[in-house]
Design a protein around this ligand. Structure first.
Ligand SMILES: Nc1ncnc2c1ncn2[C@@H]1O[C@H](COP(=O)(O)OP(=O)(O)OP(=O)(O)O)[C@@H](O)[C@H]1O
Ligand SMILES: [Mg+2]
Length: 277
């Protein structure tokens, strides 16, 4: 959506945030040793953005990501995701919301050792998305192509490189065409060649599909690929930087150049499959 900006003839690239964290607090420990892992953090993420969350070890990145993604209940504050106040939902509703809208990629891949690359992804299509065997095969083929894994599809995790395994894990997250992909250190177990492969893939996704990517990392080499950088220190937001890939906009506005991100991105990406009840 292109909105009229404040200046005459000026246009601002804008849209409502897809994800908002509002005054988030999460503490661990008890009594005197209670310490705030995340301390009053607020942030907004817009559709199609590729956001990196960085900061030293222990600064609260994983805790913040877990609260934003519906995995860890905040002590204080709210998370509004696609208009839904996710921590006001009950557990079952929130689980459904996560299944419908969110994908997750973690450092350890979490692949099944006995399944081939193709089977890891097909399994989610069949049993998670309710696709028939042939639908699942077709959907998986499309993804394997995109992930440059088609010629590795018959291999099991032990036969795949770290980068290939992480791409399978990304494929498994993407088969449901999530609106938001949350990733915690997706490249930290990889050498740079494979890490770069993975981050380029994530970047491409946010660009092509309008998938919003929120990615925690230690690795500064990922920075040039991101639209925004959210820097944490001691559980607090230290700074946010914008505009690695486009205009430097005011806080709250996506920073892609018009044309770089398709404003007509469908609310539900095209890969989404929904079994009709
Ligand atoms: N389940 C838990 N129980 C107790 N303390 C915790 C728990 N999870 C996190 N913490 C503490 O909260 C703080 C922030 O942890 P968090 O895992 O969010 O940091 P991080 O920035 O992701 O670090 P890293 O880069 O090492 O993964 C740390 O001091 C950590 O010890
Ligand atoms: Mg962490």
């Amino acid at each position: 959506m292109i909105q009229e900006g404040s200046g005459i003839g000026e246009r601002v690239w804008g849209s409502d945030p897809i994800l908002q964290g509002l005054d988030l607090v999460r503490a661990f420990g008890d009594g005197g040793s209670l310490s705030r892992a995340v301390d009053e953090v607020s942030l907004e993420v817009h559709r199609g953005q590729f956001v990196l969350m960085m900061g030293p070890s222990g600064s609260g990145k994983s805790t913040l990501l877990a609260m934003l993604s519906g995995l860890l209940r905040p002590d204080e504050g709210r998370v509004i995701c696609m208009g839904e106040d996710i921590w006001s939902l009950n557990d079952k509703e929130r689980e459904q919301f996560r299944l419908d809208h969110c994908g997750f990629v973690f450092q350890g891949y979490n692949l099944f050792p006995s399944l081939t690359a193709r089977e890891q992804i097909e399994l989610v299509a069949r049993w998670g998305q309710g696709a028939t065997a042939s639908e699942a095969r077709d959907m998986t083929d499309v993804l394997l192509e995109r992930l440059n894994l088609i010629d590795r599809a018959h291999l099991r995790p032990a036969q795949l490189s770290g980068g290939e395994k992480q791409r399978v894990a990304i494929g498994r997250a993407l088969i449901k065409a999530p609106d938001i992909l949350f990733a915690d250190e997706p490249t930290s177990a990889l050498d740079w060649a494979h890490g770069e492969e993975v981050v380029k893939m994530l970047r491409q996704l946010s660009k092509d599909n309008g998938t919003t990517v929120v990615c925690v990392t230690h690795d500064h080499r990922l920075v040039p690929f991101a639209d925004r950088l959210v820097d944490l220190e001691d559980g607090r937001l230290k700074r946010q930087s914008y505009g690695f890939h486009g205009v430097t906009g005011p806080s709250g506005h996506p920073t892609h150049e018009p044309g770089e991100i398709n404003p007509a991105i469908p609310a539900k990406p095209t890969l989404r499959y929904r079994a009709t009840p």
